[in-house]
Design a protein around this ligand. Structure first.
Ligand code: FES
Ligand code: FES
Length: 214
């Protein structure tokens, strides 16, 4: 049996005052902790609710700047830029071939950069400039003309994408005289199943020369 500390006054219930005070202190501390924890949990729950992604559905109006023109339509949040251009805005230059970011037929120029429109959300293009093959100069100084002159196409499925990627590359490298290796690298996101690569590269080199001389 534990020996009672002779210095510890004992209360009526057989509990020492020290034990009583220690116990009530712990109870008070845990009450404070419990209320703090409850507040913290409530705050965390409120934060989690605020951070929870909202489920968006239905269609919303969207205006896109395509080839210098404001074009409006309605789109679902999940609509791709390719679907929107082709099916809603009647801009059919970008082609749907693989529909999974591997061939480049759907290439458009977004704020100066070539992108695959089949994997770009239309809503993410709000306020940006979109250039498609329809907006390019088709005269003698233009990239489409160079493709025509150098047989840069066969079936034509890949052609708008190549022309667009080529235009983006040349716009980004004004005044440069690219080498064959440069244009191969500049167009390496595009595939031609008909194998017209040599015509495409020659067209790109010729267009660069024309643009530099212009
Ligand atoms: S259709 Fe977009 S990359 Fe092929
Ligand atoms: S010309 Fe046919 S896929 Fe390129």
């Amino acid at each position: 049996m534990a020996e009672q500390d002779s210095r510890t006054p004992t209360g009526p219930g057989g509990h020492s005052r020290r034990k009583f005070l220690r116990g009530s202190g712990l109870a008070a501390a845990s009450a404070v902790l419990t209320s703090q924890a409850a507040v913290a949990i409530e705050e965390a729950q409120a934060e989690a609710a605020a951070a929870e992604p909202k489920l968006l559905s239905g269609e919303a109006p969207l205006t896109l700047k395509v080839n210098g023109e404001e074009k409006s339509c309605t789109v679902e949040p999940r609509s791709t830029l390719l679907d929107t251009l082709r099916d809603r805005l009647d801009v059919t230059g970008p082609k749907r071939v693989c529909d999974r970011a591997s061939c480049g037929a759907c290439t458009v120029i977004l704020d100066g950069d070539p992108v695959y429109s089949c994997t770009t959300l239309a809503v993410s293009c709000k306020g940006k400039t979109i250039e498609t093959v329809e907006g390019f100069d088709i005269g003698e100084g233009g990239v489409p003309h160079a493709f025509h002159q150098h047989d840069g196409l066969m079936c034509g499925y890949c052609t708008p994408g190549f022309v667009t990627a080529c235009k983006a590359y040349l716009d980004k490298n004004p005044g440069k005289t690219p080498t064959l290796e440069d244009v191969k690298r500049g167009l390496d996101g595009n595939i031609c199943r008909c194998g017209t690569y040599m015509g495409v590269f020659e067209a790109a080199l010729a267009a660069a020369k024309t643009m530099k001389g212009a």
